[in-house]
Ligand binder design. Structure first.
Ligand code: ZN
Length: 197
């Protein structure tokens, strides 16, 4: 057995993380070993804890350590607004912005004929239940501006039509964006979504 096998194993695992390749994994592992007391040991401890406690909220699909997350149990969040996102990372991004005060529903992906992902592979049946059970008045479809994202938004809108107010995020020029750098699709979406000043 190689004398560095454990360390090689760690590098190999780290290299599988999104945004890291073998080179940055090697640098990260070296850094962790050099900062053993400050970083490596606490990281190993907290990873063990998270491995044992992390779970998906049974109601909305958010990732936390409770069967039903804080966002779902908070009475303050029961304002009738439900924001539908594809992924937990999208929910967390929305929460970081601090702009939305209602509840969320994580689909866990998008409908895709190519990959044989139908409504029941996603949390769509659960979404339809929640709209009734939680007295939702507005469903905000905050899905990605991809073909699959928009197909999924249309499918959900069809299912909920007439039951609830349906809205989607505006598409267009990003904050700080320069027109000259935008693609044609973004410019035409921004033009269609123009507003009066
Ligand atoms: Zn939840």
């Amino acid at each position: 057995m190689s004398s560095t096998k454990d360390i090689d194993d760690l590098i190999e695992l780290m290299a599988k993380l999104p945004g890291l390749g073998p080179r940055s994994a090697r640098r990260a592992v070296l850094h962790l070993i050099r900062k053993r007391a400050l970083l490596l040991t606490p990281l190993a401890d907290v990873m063990q804890t998270v491995a044992a406690t992390a779970r998906e909220c049974l109601n909305c699909g958010n990732v936390g350590t409770l069967d039903v997350c804080d966002l779902c149990t908070s009475e303050k969040r029961a304002n009738g607004e439900l924001c539908v996102v594809e992924d937990v990372a999208d929910l967390w991004a929305m929460e970081r912005s601090g702009v939305f005060k209602g509840r969320y529903h994580v689909l866990g992906g998008t409908l895709s004929a190519l990959d044989a992902v139908g409504p029941s592979e996603l949390r769509i049946p659960k979404l339809l239940n929640r709209v009734q059970a939680e007295g939702i008045s507005e469903v905000i479809l905050a899905l990605n501006a991809t073909i699959d994202g928009q197909t999924t938004a249309h499918y959900i809108a069809d299912q909920l039509e007439g039951q609830v107010q349906l809205t989607s995020l505006a598409q267009g020029v990003p904050i700080g964006g320069e027109l000259d750098y935008l693609d044609d699709g973004t410019i035409s979406a921004a033009m269609r979504a123009r507003k009066s000043l």
